[in-house]
Each structure stands twice: as structure tokens, then as C-alpha cells.
Write a protein that binds this ligand. Structure first.
Ligand code: PMP
Length: 283
């Protein structure tokens, strides 16, 4: 399968796309990214991702290389050129290429890359059976609210989970769960949804914001505070959210079954609401 990818203003076959070996994204992880889901040829929560991108760039003293409308046009053109009906669009902006140094010259020309990944996002076997997670220490840097491309630690944590026979890892700091390797973490106890409050400790998930809004609209109680692994193991339900996994139940934590050991009613309902509402609001 040869995709058409976007690199710095051009749409090219993936084997002809090039980025400099001196790119600071490659040498220093000096870049940010977004992943936007495509359902039935439309973008889910595009404005949320576009706004977070601007914020991530700003926190790293980078300008936004494109306006919201330009980003939308690039996303649409890429979908069109790849006949992408369902899947993901990955977008990365790095500070650009310059001779390797810890400091950088001001005003570098940024590197912009986008590519598609075809995937049946709404029909997920993991969502049907629920996933298992293990806990690992959160050893990431302390600005997890910025969506940087430094994904080595989360990759190692997820790899450790898979090697241990689990699906993913929940990261734990000072005794409390921060989030999953690439998702936000939740528990449900007595009908109340609990998820960590927003701070520099976690990524401000676009899916999190939407799911909490829908939950409140459906009169579900939401409490934003940290929780421990022990509290999660004793909960009625647990789940994760992200743009690519929507709402996915967690049925085992460090080998302990959560609730009845299968997807629970709250996670199932939120997944349905989220997919329905996302379809309606997609652009
Ligand atoms: N936390 C982390 C660490 C993530 O990598 C992601 C996914 N990018 C999320 C949470 C979920 O964010 P979103 O709902 O915007 O995909």
C-alpha cells in the first residue's frame, strides 16, 4: 500500500517524502503532534485538536505554521487523495532543521508532516471484550500537557505491558494514576465517574473533554480527582479514552478483575453516545 503523505506544502507518494537528518524532531524530539480520527470521511473533534496544537506549539515557543482553515484544507485533501473513509490522520510539526546544537536559531522553517492510517475505528474488538492494564511508574517529563513527540517512555511502558501479557499500562506517580500510555484513565464507582483533574501531569485529552461533557449532559455524576490502583481495582468499572480508541473498557488491572470482568454499562453507554455525537458533529 503506497500512501500519499503531506510534507512541507507537498502531497507526495510516501517513498518520495523526505525530512532532513538534521531535523530537530529527529535529533531532539523537538516537535508536537496531533491525531485526529476520521469516521465516514469526516474529521472528529477537529477544532479541539487544532486548538490543542496551537497551545502545544505556543508552550514550546513555536509559531503555528498554518491557520485552522489551512489545517482543515490539508486534512481534507489528504483524506481525499488517500480515499480515507475511516482511520486516523497523524500531524507533526517540528522546529525544523539546523546543525545539531542544544540552542536553536530563531525563525527556523518548521517541518510539517501529515499522513493517514486506515483503520476501522468504530468496530473495535478491544472495546467489545475490554482491555487489561498493568501499572508502571510514570517516568515522563513534567509537562505532559504538551503533546510532544517524546514518546519513548510511553512506548517502553506499553511494550512492557504487552510482554507481560496485558494490553496497556497505567502510569502511577506519588501513588496515584496519572493516565494511560496514550489515553486518559477513568473509574466508575456507585455510578460516579472519577478521572484525574487537568494539570501539567496529564495530556488534556480532546476525547476526555467531549466524554465528560456528554456524561454530564446525560445526568451522570463526574468527579475530577486522582485515584489509586487499589481504588481502581475495587471499582465497578474502569475505562480509557483517546481519539483513536474512543471509550474502551478496562477489565483487569495488575491481574485483578474489575467489577464483573467485562465491559460495564457506563463505559458501553458513553462509547455509544460518543460515537453517535461524534458522527453528528464531524466536519
Ligand atoms: N494521554 C496521553 C498521554 C495521550 O498520548 C493521549 C492520546 N494522544 C491521550 C491522553 C488522549 O488524548 P485524546 O483524547 O486527545 O486523543
Amino acid at each position: 500500500m503506497s500512501r500519499i503523505v503531506y510534507v512541507n506544502g507537498e502531497f507526495l507518494p510516501e517513498d518520495q517524502a523526505k525530512v532532513s537528518v538534521f531535523d530537530r524532531g529527529f535529533l531532539m524530539a523537538d516537535g508536537v503532534y496531533e491525531v485526529t480520527t476520521v469516521i465516514d470521511g469526516k474529521l472528529v473533534d477537529f477544532d479541539g485538536h487544532a486548538a490543542r496544537l496551537v497551545r502545544s506549539l505556543g508552550e514550546l515557543d513555536m509559531d503555528a505554521p498554518h491557520s485552522r482553515d489551512e489545517w482543515l484544507a490539508i486534512h481534507r485533501e489528504l483524506m481525499h487523495r488517500n480515499d480515507l473513509e475511516n482511520g486516523l490522520i497523524y500531524l507533526q510539526v517540528t522546529r525544523g532543521a539546523t546543525d545539531r546544537d542544544f540552542t536553536w536559531p530563531e525563525g527556523l522553517e518548521q517541518t510539517v508532516v501529515l499522513f493517514t492510517q486506515a483503520k476501522n475505528v468504530t468496530e473495535s474488538p478491544a472495546a467489545k471484550r475490554g482491555i487489561s492494564v498493568i501499572s508502571v511508574p510514570d517516568q515522563r517529563w513534567r509537562r505532559r500537557d504538551i503533546k510532544t513527540v517524546q514518546l519513548l517512555y510511553p512506548s517502553m511502558a506499553k511494550m512492557a505491558a504487552v510482554r507481560a501479557g496485558a494490553d496497556d499500562a497505567w502510569l502511577v506517580e506519588d501513588g496515584f494514576v496519572t493516565e494511560g500510555t496514550s489515553n486518559n484513565a477513568y473509574i466508575v464507582k456507585g455510578g460516579r465517574i472519577v478521572t484525574r483533574d487537568l494539570s501539567h501531569d496529564i495530556l488534556h485529552g480532546i476525547t476526555r473533554a467531549a466524554v465528560l461533557r456528554y456524561a454530564r449532559e446525560a445526568q451522570m455524576e463526574v468527579v475530577e480527582r486522582p485515584f489509586t490502583i487499589e481504588e481502581a481495582q475495587a471499582a465497578d468499572e474502569a475505562f480509557i479514552t483517546s481519539a483513536s480508541s474512543f471509550v474502551t473498557p478496562v477489565v483487569k488491572i495488575d491481574g485483578t478483575t474489575v467489577g464483573l470482568g467485562g465491559p460495564g454499562p457506563v463505559a458501553k453507554r458513553l462509547r455509544e453516545i460518543y460515537i453517535d455525537e461524534s458522527r453528528k458533529a464531524a466536519v
